[in-house]
Design a protein around this ligand. Structure first.
Ligand code: PHE
Length: 455
């Protein structure tokens, strides 16, 4: 039966804390715990960390603000929001098309994200089966197969949909405030454990000491930019829709800064866990360099190298593995609910369906897409990831900056920022951000794009 509050009435976060946990829940995901450390590993360690930190604040934070401001100003999903910023028919059409593109990309991101999440989620019962001596079940659960992946992908999609169906306050906010503190605690416990193991310090050095000769590598710049956009959930309207649920009494630039800070802080913490863990593994005789002599990254790192490390640590290792995969599952879930919220609010607001129906309808379609990818893995998986994250997210980011900087009238912009932020017109934010979002952000993104295409 549909929950009581899951009608198509517009929701709102109950407090600033509620918004911050939901938005950081969206931002902190596999991008932080998996993507950031593996990109750091494949781009030579500290140099990538440094460039990432700079880009997160110079590029991603201003773009995040563009989305939050448009969202709170229009109180709409991206498809309804962008046309509302203008009276010009052509711009309305462009706004609508951009919004629709965002909805499609958010759905496609969820379709591959749920697959990756299913690989990680299956490791949790695998560890439990291992602990209780069910060797055969444990090995079935820990190895990828079409059946296992489809089942767990279905389970993950079901979990995601059942939270989103309950609405903004009772679903998204409630579960984010439960899961995010658990995530931070689990992460701190793991970092503290790994850093005491032999070999960890070597990893720490690689992670923290930048090799400046790598900073000019064009792959490093675009990698860091894509990572920053993905990590802050930008471009596809997730932050826009979360912004639309924020109260007019909240100080948006400050709240947005908290979200960016926490997201970056957790990515940094994940690096403190994974890179040293790799060197602990090496210390125990596990191969951590690939045949091209670069550190192993991607699925092999998370699903082979680290599990070999956990196995080599005996029964303590099984518990560490369990905690690690639980952490990844929680991170994935608080992000996937924000992805699903994008197409759900679109359907709900444009077609006047109830939230309950919209959620189950959209979640079933996206699960169908995940099954399609799973059944044509070689042909589709990598392609969908690069189409959505490498190309579409930054491009949509440019469009959102243009809409916030050029289309939304300056007076309205100031009025929106001033709500909840007394004296906004004299603030540093107002002095810098509007021209920043008009010129620097779009140009920087386009510049990096062109660099990437040429390399
Ligand atoms: N930010 C999430 C992560 O780091 C991914 C995400 C992308 C979430 C786009 C929502 C929208 O894993």
């Amino acid at each position: 039966m549909a929950p009581k509050d899951a009608t198509n009435e517009r929701g709102q976060f109950s407090s600033r804390f509620g918004f911050i946990t939901a938005a950081t829940g969206s931002a902190v995901g596999l991008g932080n715990i998996w993507g950031f450390p593996t990109q750091t590993a494949s781009h030579g360690g500290g140099a990538f960390v440094l460039v990432y930190l700079v880009l997160a604040f110079l590029l991603a934070y201003p773009a995040l603000m563009a989305e939050l401001i448009i969202g709170r100003h229009t109180r709409h999903n991206m498809v309804g929001a962008l046309p509302q910023l203008t009276t010009k028919p052509v711009l309305k059409i462009i706004g609508r098309a951009t919004g629709l593109y965002g909805v499609v990309i958010a759905s496609l991101i969820l379709s591959f994200y749920a697959i990756v999440a299913s690989w990680l989620m299956a490791q949790v019962p695998a560890a439990l089966a291992d602990i209780s001596g069910q060797g055969q079940t444990a090995s079935w659960l820990s190895q990828s197969s079409l059946l296992r992946d489809s089942l767990f992908c279905g389970l993950f999609s079901l979990l995601t949909a059942s939270i989103v169906a309950r609405g903004v306050k009772d679903g998204i906010e409630r579960w984010s405030t439960r899961l995010m503190p658990a995530l931070v605690l689990l992460m701190l416990a793991l970092v503290a454990t790994v850093l005491t193991l032999p070999g960890a310090m070597e990893g720490l050095r690689l992670y923290l000491v930048p090799n400046f000769s790598l900073i000019t590598d064009p792959g490093l710049l675009t990698g860091a930019m894509g990572q920053a956009f993905f990590s802050l959930s930008l471009g596809v309207g997730t932050m826009l829709i979360y912004g639309s649920y924020v109260s007019k009494t909240d100080n948006l630039p400050l709240t947005g800064a908290y979200v960016a800070l926490i997201d970056t802080g957790i990515a940094f913490l994940a690096g403190l866990l994974i890179i040293p863990a790799m060197f602990v593994a090496q210390h125990r005789g596990i191969e951590i360099y690939s045949s091209e002599n670069t550190l192993i990254a991607g699925p092999d790192l998370i699903l082979q190298t680290l599990p070999s490390l956990f196995n080599s640590l005996g029964s303590a290792g099984v518990i560490i593995g369990l905690v690690f995969f639980l952490l990844l599952t929680i991170a994935a879930l608080t992000s996937s609910i924000s992805m699903l919220e994008v197409p759900v609010t679109f359907v709900l607001e444009q077609f006047q369906l109830s939230r309950y129906r919209a959620t189950w309808l959209v979640a079933s379609i996206i699960f169908g897409l995940s099954l399609l990818i799973l059944n044509n893995f070689e042909q589709l998986f990598a392609g969908v990831i690069s189409l959505t994250t490498t190309y579409s997210q930054p491009l949509l980011g440019v469009m959102l900056c243009v809409f916030a900087g050029w289309v939304l009238h300056r007076d309205k912009l100031l009025r929106e920022i001033s709500a909840g932020f007394a004296g906004a017109e004299n603030s540093l934010f107002w002095k810098i951000w509007p021209s920043y979002i008009r010129f620097i952000c779009p140009l920087l993104i386009i510049f990096m794009f062109v660099q990437n295409a040429r390399s």
